[in-house]
Ligand binder design. Structure first.
Ligand code: 5GP
Ligand code: SF4
Ligand code: MG
Length: 481
């Protein structure tokens, strides 16, 4: 129930790669910590030392998977690392944890990938019929099979030639025998950026991971762009470093790259201290909260957010509306994966372990409750009921995104449409379903205007049903289930 439920919609993944640094595994470890919000189901890294690639991965948080000794043991100067929350189609489990290591006729490689390939099942069937034998259920495994079949000895060429067969979302890092290749799909659904640390290069999902290791941001990869960075030895010192990146451009099947960055990166996924294409995520969320307030003329006593992802939007709303921002809800930060949710009988007694309203703050007051998104409506409904039980006089729910009506096929499992609260309901019906006094959402036009994006340059499909990569009718559903 509420924030204690086990069936939360699933996030995608985070990737982090290093080329040409003597402490590659330590950098990956800190980088993964900074990307932990992008996936808590498994963590892993593959580190190359000369021609040897060592991999360590496991289920759980970065802190569950790696001890200090593990990180020290993974000696090497180039590496790829990954945190994962299983995507649609993945059966989960350790064999699907990434990086995925493969030995091919062209050499040994390790793959770390963020996104969801919508034609993976079809490609896989075709490859299996042609004799390929798969080791995992991860959609990413089709990539090495395509590379092996390409007949090209040069790994960079083999990858660049294979990528146009893929449809959907990928931000990919591949550890090769002499460096890394990173690539972003031609729609650019997921973020991926390049940074520099002394003579080494870093590629990672979000800029907050560059900050974590003290690296300098160079730029976001453009949609449809790939880069190869070779590891070399420094001519004077003999210590590892990296050559200048070599860039490649790929088109999609129309030969063009479009920008369709997932708008949910701004709304919920990314960390507030990250910048995507130069836009700070906290500032973007705050501006979305302001927009909500501009469209409102509510009299209320205080504004509160649901920790942590809606706090930026709530502060923007409060500033714009001139209503004080208050801490109305406290979240316990120490509840990990192994937390056992209370049984129904205990819940009925009203145990509030994960989240607790501040009774002294909300009692007798008219509360504006801001959240970043409403998917199944369970979070809002639960918190409205907690605030009422704590004595709130009125609870007005404000959501800093539009009603979520269509499933995502590009990396987030939002289950079936039947579970989405906004499907087939008017705003009044949604308000009644969650028990609020009033409700308001942003619309897609607000998102595009506030984020300063040209119409059509963001993916907003879960709000509009307008999918940037066509799902090819009914047959596509076979690709996911
Ligand atoms: P709902 O409770 O309506 O199903 O989901 C909306 C809530 O879940 C919001 O509070 C939002 O912050 C959070 N949320 C949105 N996307 C995700 C996601 O991908 N994973 C998780 N764990 N929570 C999410
Ligand atoms: Fe992001 Fe929604 Fe598009 Fe999925 S459908 S990529 S969640 S904007
Ligand atoms: Mg939330």
């Amino acid at each position: 129930m509420g924030l204690l439920r086990a069936d939360e919609i699933r996030e995608h993944c985070g990737v982090f790669a290093v080329v040409g640094h003597p402490k590659a595994s330590e950098l990956c470890y800190y980088g993964l910590y900074a990307l932990q919000h992008r996936g808590q189901e498994s963590a892993g890294m593959a580190v190359r030392n000369g021609s040897r690639i060592q991999t360590r991965k496991g289920m759980g948080l970065v802190s569950d998977v790696f001890s200090r000794e593990d990180v020290m043991r993974l000696e090497g100067s180039s590496a790829v690392a990954h945190v994962r929350y299983s995507n649609i189609g993945d059966e989960g489990g350790i064999e699907d944890a990434q990086p995925i290591a493969v030995k091919m006729w062209q050499g040994q490689m390790s793959f770390a990938h963020n996104g969801n390939l919508i034609n993976a099942a079809r490609l896989r069937t075709r490859l299996e019929q042609g004799g390929s034998i798969f080791q995992t259920t991860s959609d990413c495994e089709v990539i090495p099979h395509l590379m092996a079949k390409s007949g090209l000895k040069d790994l960079v060429k083999a990858l660049i030639e294979s990528l146009p067969a893929l449809r959907g979302a990928y931000s990919l890092c591949v550890l090769t025998p002499n460096g890394i290749i990173a690539a972003k799909d031609p729609n650019g659904f997921r973020p991926l950026c390049l940074g520099r640390l002394g003579g080494a290069y870093i590629v990672c999902s979000e800029t907050c991971a560059l900050d974590a290791v003290g690296a300098e941001f160079i730029r976001e990869l453009a949609p449809g762009e790939a880069v190869f960075i070779e590891e070399v030895e420094h001519v004077d010192s003999g210590s590892p470093c990296a050559r200048e990146p070599v860039w490649y451009r790929m088109g999609n099947d129309t030969g063009k790259a479009n920008s369709n960055l997932c708008v949910f990166e701004f709304i919920y996924f990314a960390r507030p201290d990250s910048d995507i294409y130069g836009i700070n995520v906290h500032a973007a969320r705050k501006a979305l909260g302001r927009r909500l307030a501009m469209k409102d003329n509510l009299s209320a006593d205080l504004v509160t957010g649901i920790p942590d992802s809606s706090l930026s939007a709530a502060s923007g709303y409060a500033e714009e509306a001139g209503i004080p921002y208050e801490m109305g809800i406290v979240k316990n930060k120490y509840i990990g994966r192994t937390f056992i949710a209370p049984r129904q009988s205990l819940r009925e007694l009203g145990v509030k372990i994960k989240i607790n309203p501040l009774q002294r703050v909300v009692s007798g007051r008219r509360v504006v409750l801001v959240d970043d998104s409403m998917v199944r409506g369970t979070t809002s409904k639960y918190i409205v009921s907690l605030l009422r039980a704590a004595g709130a006089k009125e609870v007005h729910v404000r959501i800093s995104s539009p009603p979520y009506k269509f499933p995502c096929y590009y990396g987030i499992d939002t289950s079936s449409r039947g579970e989405l609260i906004a499907v087939g309901k008017t705003e009044e019906q949604i308000r009644d379903a969650i028990g609020a006094d009033s409700i308001a959402f942003l619309d897609v036009h607000d998102l595009e205007e506030v984020l300063g994006w040209q119409a059509g340059n963001l993916c907003t499909a879960c709000f509009t049903g307008d999918y940037p990569v066509a799902l090819e009718g009914d047959t596509c559903s076979d690709d996911f289930r």
